[in-house]
Design a protein around this ligand. Sequence first.
Ligand SMILES: [Zn+2]
Length: 72
Amino acid sequence: MDTQVSNNPLICPLCGEANHCAYAAGKPAKECWCMNLSIPKQLLAQIPDEQRMKSCVCEACVRAFLTEKERQ
Ligand SMILES: [Zn+2]
């Protein structure tokens, strides 16, 4: 029964780790780490359709994506 986990707004849809989203945890969105870091559109495109706009990616995935981009 993994369906609940895959639709959990607190879990990153890309790596399955906690995304530490303040908004999903019921805190003000202003406090979320993603307010200080812009999420690349190409990274958002990797999220499965059914989870896009529902589950946030985690900071680790965003940083990994940005690091990879710098190397190219
Ligand atoms: Zn992640």
